[in-house]
Write a protein that binds this ligand. Structure first.
Ligand code: SAH
Length: 365
C-alpha cells in the first residue's frame, strides 16, 4: 500500500498505484485514503460546498443507452417536458434561496425546437436572476448530452458557462458494451473537445460498478480526466434499472460495495486532481441514506439539490431508488443544510463556485 505521506503530497499516481488504492478493502487503509483526500480538498479548495440546483427539463430522449431508465425504447415511461416558464421559475427560486448556480439536465434531443427552448431559458435565467449578490445572474451548467459545436456555441453565447458530459467509461470496449452501435465512443470524445472549443468549463464522469468494470478501468478513467484537463467531475454508482438491457441480464449489485467503491473513486480523483470540483451525486444517496455526506467526506465539494417540480420528479428515473421524490425543493433545502453542517462544512451561498482549476486556466498565475 502507498505510504500515507505520499497520498497527501503526490498527485502524479501511476495507473497501477491508482488501481491499488481503488481496490483497498481494509478499514484502516480506507480511512487513511479518505483522510488524505479530505485534507487535499480542504487545502486546495477550502471547506465550502457549492450548490447547483438541478432542473430535469425533460425525459424525452433519442438515445438508447443500455443502462438508463429513460432510454428511448423504454415504453413504460411517461414522457414530459417542462415549459420555459417552469424552468425559469425553478431558477428564480434557486436564486432567492441564494444557491449560486443551476444545472439544466435533460434527455437528449438535437432538434431545432429543443435547442431554441434551452437558449431561451438560459437567456431568461441570466436576465431575471441578477441581483446585488449575483450581478451576472446565476451560474448555469448544462447537461444535455452530445450536441453539435454550433449548438454548444449558442448555449455558451446565451450565458451558460459549464457543461457536464459524462464519458461513462473511458475504455472504448466497455463503452461499446453499454451503448448501442449508433452511439460511439469517438463521437463522445469529439463532443468533449467541442465543448472546450465552444468555451465551456468542461465536466465529465463515469458510472462506477458497471458489469465487467475493474479497478484498472477506473484508474484509467482518472488518467483520462487528467489528460482531458477536466474542470469538474460528476460520477456515482451504477444502479441497474429493470427496464433496461443491463437490468434484464440479472446483473446485481451489492449496495455497500458499490458505495464504497464510488467513495474511493471520489477520493482517488481528488488526490490526483486537487483543484477541480467533484460532485457528491444523488445516485450515491440512492444507495445509502447518507451517501452524499460521505461523498463530501471523501473529497467532493459540490451537491446538486433537486429543483425539478414535484409532479414530474418520478418520471425522470434514470435508476431505481432515486431519493427525495416526494419532497418539495424547500424541504430539500432545510434537510441539506443540516446535513452539511453536521459534517463541519459550510455552504457557498450566492456563488457560482467554479473550480479553482477552471479559474486558473482562465487567468493563469
Ligand atoms: N442525456 C444527458 C443527461 C442525462 S443522463 C447526458 O447523456 O449527458 C445523466 C447521467 O446519468 C448519465 O451520464 C449516466 O452516467 C447516469 N445514469 C444513467 N443511468 C444510470 C444508472 N442506471 N445508474 C447510475 N447512473 C446512471
Amino acid at each position: 500500500m502507498i505510504d500515507a505521506a505520499d497520498l497527501r503530497t503526490r498527485s502524479d499516481f501511476s495507473i497501477d498505484e491508482m488501481a491499488e488504492i481503488l481496490g483497498a478493502t481494509r478499514p484502516d487503509e480506507i480511512e487513511e485514503i479518505r483522510r488524505a483526500a479530505e485534507n487535499v480538498l480542504l487545502e486546495n479548495c477550502g471547506s465550502e460546498v457549492y450548490y447547483r440546483g438541478l432542473i430535469e427539463y425533460s425525459n424525452i430522449c433519442q438515445c438508447d443507452c443500455c443502462y438508463c431508465g429513460i432510454r428511448r425504447s423504454n415504453k413504460g415511461v411517461h414522457r414530459y417536458e417542462l415549459s420555459v416558464e417552469q424552468i425559469v421559475d425553478a431558477a428564480k427560486w434557486c436564486a432567492q434561496e441564494r444557491y449560486g448556480s443551476v444545472v439544466i439536465q435533460s434527455g437528449e434531443r438535437r432538434d431545432k425546437a429543443f435547442i431554441k427552448t434551452i437558449v431561451e431559458a438560459v437567456r431568461l435565467i441570466k436576465r431575471e436572476t441578477r441581483s446585488d449578490a449575483l450581478p451576472q445572474g446565476l451560474g448555469i451548467t448544462l447537461s444535455l448530452g452530445e450536441q453539435s459545436l454550433d449548438s454548444y456555441r449558442h448555449f455558451r453565447e446565451a450565458g451558460a458557462h459549464r457543461y457536464l458530459l459524462r464519458i461513462e467509461t473511458s475504455d472504448p470496449s466497455l463503452f461499446a458494451q453499454i451503448h448501442p452501435n449508433e452511439q460511439s465512443f469517438q463521437s463522445r470524445l469529439e463532443s468533449l473537445d467541442a465543448l472546450r472549443e465552444a468555451g465551456f468549463q468542461v465536466g465529465t464522469g463515469v458510472m462506477i460498478g458497471l458489469p465487467g468494470q475493474t479497478t484498472r478501468h477506473l484508474a484509467g478513467d482518472i488518467a483520462f480526466f487528467k489528460e482531458k484537463d477536466i474542470d469538474m467531475i460528476g460520477m456515482g454508482p451504477f444502479i441497474p434499472h429493470e427496464a433496461t438491457p443491463i437490468g434484464q441480464t440479472g446483473y446485481e449489485i451489492d449496495r455497500s460495495t458499490q458505495v464504497q467503491r464510488s467513495l474511493l473513486m471520489i477520493a482517488m480523483t481528488r488526490l490526483a486532481m486537487p483543484d477541480i470540483n467533484i460532485a457528491a451525486t444523488t445516485a450515491l444517496q440512492a444507495l445509502d441514506p447518507i451517501g452524499r455526506e460521505k461523498g463530501l467526506k471523501y473529497g467532493a465539494n459540490v451537491i446538486m439539490p433537486l429543483l425539478t417540480p414535484s409532479e414530474v420528479r418520478s418520471d425522470y428515473l434514470l435508476y431505481p431508488g432515486k431519493p427525495c421524490l416526494d419532497e418539495s425543493a424547500s424541504q430539500c433545502r432545510a434537510c441539506l443544510e443540516a446535513r452539511i453542517s453536521s459534517i463541519g462544512r459550510t455552504i457557498g451561498y450566492d456563488k457560482w463556485g467554479d473550480s479553482r482549476h477552471a479559474l486558473e486556466r482562465a487567468a493563469p498565475k
